[in-house]
Design a protein around this ligand. Structure first.
Ligand SMILES: [Zn+2]
Length: 276
């Protein structure tokens, strides 16, 4: 079910695409010993000790219904077993594919770009026919190098150029009044967040800055998916401390629905996640 949170004049809604099977944390966080999970086990893992995640998007709309409709990330996309529900769930919110003006990609991994392009008779078409796709130039440059080719990128991002829907983003760029990209490189070379500032409230859509809620406290823990763990750790520390000090609302890409929107609060001298 979709969950909405106001940030000043904007409303941010979590829109689920796919619910993948739980994963073994020992495989995802390979450098973290099993016992290090003990303080977090009761809320960061399920009863079987597995990490539960989701593939989702965030929808940004202004509360007065004016201004662009912005979708941040586009999920895993269509699957053979019809698991991807992003378009159905947008529809349930009254948003048709033609209504979306901007799709911001936090980074070019397959679970964030899946619905960008649909294929008919093997030919790529825009799923959101009126949208411009905002891709960080660093990710584009990385994946268009031959050594870094990736089928998900070739399938869902590369065709955007020929389809005339690609906008390459350099650092901080304004999407709409109060809404901008915020580079947070490390998870991928061009990983970016979306910052929303309106009427003294701030929200941030963090993509894959962290994957499990334990990382809000254990900010040096990195999953195997991080491209450069030094850079991803530095960004994670920087953003989470700003979010805590300035009381930002944080929209997390991979936490389970119901607890994926939260604030970073201090508890016993340590940062903790508090769902809102
Ligand atoms: Zn991801």
């Amino acid at each position: 079910m979709a969950k909405s949170q106001p940030i000043g004049n904007y409303e941010i809604t979590t829109v689920i695409d796919t619910l993948p099977p739980p994963r073994d944390p020992a495989l995802v966080f390979q450098s973290i010993p099993e016992e290090a999970w003990d303080p977090y086990r009761s809320f960061a893992l399920n009863a079987d000790g597995m990490w539960v995640t989701e593939f989702k998007s965030h929808l940004i709309r202004s509360t007065n219904k004016e201004g662009p409709i912005i979708l941040v990330d586009s999920g895993l996309g269509p699957t053979d077993d019809d698991q991807g529900k992003l378009l159905d769930n947008l529809n349930n919110l009254g948003v048709q594919v033609g209504d979306v003006d901007v799709v911001v990609t936090t980074h070019c991994h397959g679970d964030h770009i899946g619905w960008n392009v649909s294929y008919k008779d093997g030919k790529p078409e825009l799923t959101f026919p009126n949208a411009t796709h905002w891709i960080a130039r660093n990710d584009w440059d990385h994946h268009t190098q031959k050594d870094n080719s990736d089928p998900a990128f070739d399938n869902s991002v590369r065709p955007l150029e020929k389809l005339g829907a690609l906008k390459l983003v350099d650092g901080v760029e304004t999407i709409a009044p109060g809404i901008s990209t915020l580079p947070m490189n490390g998870h991928t070379p061009g990983h970016q967040n979306v910052l929303i500032k309106s009427k003294n409230s701030t929200g941030v859509i963090i993509g894959d800055l962290f994957h499990n809620v334990a990382q809000v406290t254990e900010q040096t823990w990195c999953p195997v998916f991080d491209w450069n763990t030094e850079m991803s750790t530095e960004c994670r520390r920087d953003l989470l401390s700003r979010a805590m000090n300035e009381k930002w609302v944080v929209f997390a890409g991979h936490l389970p629905n119901g607890s994926s929107t939260g604030r970073v609060i201090e508890q016993n001298g340590l940062p903790h996640w508090q769902p809102v």
